[in-house]
Design a binder for this molecule. Structure first.
Ligand code: ATP
Ligand code: MG
Length: 393
């Protein structure tokens, strides 16, 4: 399976579709390693565009923009899964693109994603695909109560409705515009975790340690990573499943696989993200290779190395809500959180994405906390959370 790779050495230019925070942190990492970066994003103020050598602000499917991107760089990746698969396919005619359009297309569609998991022999939530009124009528009662999710374009819990009865299900599908959906049985979750794998063009694969995640209102709030954060057997099962999912897609790049852990200890795969993931941000400060360096290495055909977690860590997501932490009635004013107090705590690493405006629910940054022991990391994270107005976890 090993084929000789000709690496793109530092000095080359690497490109990304999408200019959000994931693209920004990828660009910082690529530049640290000596690469130039190019970003294609329609927004002139995109977080990644602001820090890149080249910023092409056209639509993702604009032929002139894609041509310009292909002209300035030697390899391209993506930082969000809803990039039109056609843009990746057009670029692939001109230069190496990772992940491939075919893999991103699976991640863009919950129904295809679920079918892929089944093919890999990885357990999924009981579910039904609802593309038509006939399929809606044929849904088994056994899937209720459930969560109705649009097959495409969902993120951070958007495009999802909880439904308990058949009437609610019917009304829910109408509310979602009768677009293709997947109905998933509501499962009794004990916890959630995720695994990030990186796979090279030669098939070599490495993984970050298993991340234990806390979601609030459908958005990731906290990630904890240290030895024993999940039982060993479960961790091994999750890593094996994540690698199978990547292998079976013939995936090249960084892939995140999200899992549910059920009350009885069973592991169920939820979904994949064909890029670095919010739950992998701790790797910037707690591992000797971050998820963003793995992305650079896979796209430049550099050797992959198995990352080592050198510090127990906790990541706190910093949502725009924190800028409004002390609302004063109707004149709730926006104020910068007390970073100076947080940064006085040992082992705190602040990452802000340079977004110009804070909005409730908007991902503005994250705080990584590293310490010598899991207990110490947790204690500092709880102190930081209290200062910032984040609920304890
Ligand atoms: P993102 O892409 O940002 O991770 P999303 O919008 O794709 O989010 P999901 O990952 O499908 O949404 O669901 C968001 C959260 O809702 C999950 O992390 C979990 O907490 C809860 N959830 C989703 N599906 C189920 C289920 N079948 N049973 C119980 N809880 C669920
Ligand atoms: Mg999710």
């Amino acid at each position: 399976m090993s084929q000789a790779l000709k690496p793109l050495l530092p000095g080359s230019t690497l490109g990304v579709l999408g200019g959000g925070q994931l693209g920004r942190m990828w660009a910082h990492t690529a530049q640290r390693m000596g690469y130039n970066t190019a970003v294609l994003d329609p927004d002139a103020h995109s977080p990644a565009g602001l820090v890149s050598h080249h910023h092409i602000h056209t639509d993702y499917l604009d032929p002139a923009g894609l041509k310009q991107l292909a002209a300035v760089c030697q390899a391209v990746t993506t930082e969000f899964e809803n990039v039109p698969a056609d843009a990746l396919a057009q670029l692939a005619a001109a230069l190496p693109v990772s992940p491939a359009a075919s893999a991103v297309a699976v991640a863009q569609d919950r129904a295809r994603e679920k079918a892929h998991f089944v093919k890999c022999g990885v357990p999924v939530a009981p579910h039904a695909v609802i593309d038509t009124a006939e399929q809606l009528a044929a849904v088994s009662d056994n899937l209720l109560p459930g969560i109705l999710k649009t097959s495409r374009m969902g993120y951070d819990g958007k495009g999802q409705l909880r439904v308990t009865t058949r009437d609610e299900l019917n009304a829910g599908w109408a509310k979602l515009g009768q677009v293709p959906c997947v109905l998933e049985k509501m499962l009794p979750l004990a916890s959630e975790c995720s695994v990030i794998v990186a796979r090279g063009r030669d098939g070599a694969m490495v993984n970050l340690p298993v991340q234990r995640n806390v979601h609030r209102d459908g958005i990731l709030a906290v990630t904890e990573v240290f030895a024993g954060n999940v039982p060993d057997a479960l961790a091994n099962q999750a890593i094996t499943a994540a690698k199978a999912v990547a292998q079976e897609l013939n995936y090249v790049g960084v892939l995140c696989v999200e899992f549910f852990v059920l009350a009885d200890g069973a592991l169920v795969v939820n979904e994949i993200a064909p890029r670095p993931h919010n739950s992998g941000h701790y790797s910037q400060d707690a591992c000797d290779v971050s998820q963003f360096e793995l992305q650079v290495r896979t796209m430049a055909d550099l050797p992959l190395m198995q990352p080592r977690l050198h510090s127990p860590s906790v990541m706190l997501n910093l949502l725009g809500d924190l800028w409004f932490a002390h609302p004063s009635g109707a004149n709730a004013s926006q104020a910068e959180p007390a970073w100076h107090q947080v940064l006085a705590l040992p082992g705190t690493h602040l990452h802000l994405y340079g977004k110009r405006e804070a909005r409730v629910g908007r991902k503005m940054g994250h705080l990584n906390i590293t310490a010598a022991t899991p207990e110490a990391a947790r204690a500092v994270a709880l102190q930081a959370a209290a200062i910032l107005g984040i609920a304890p976890f």
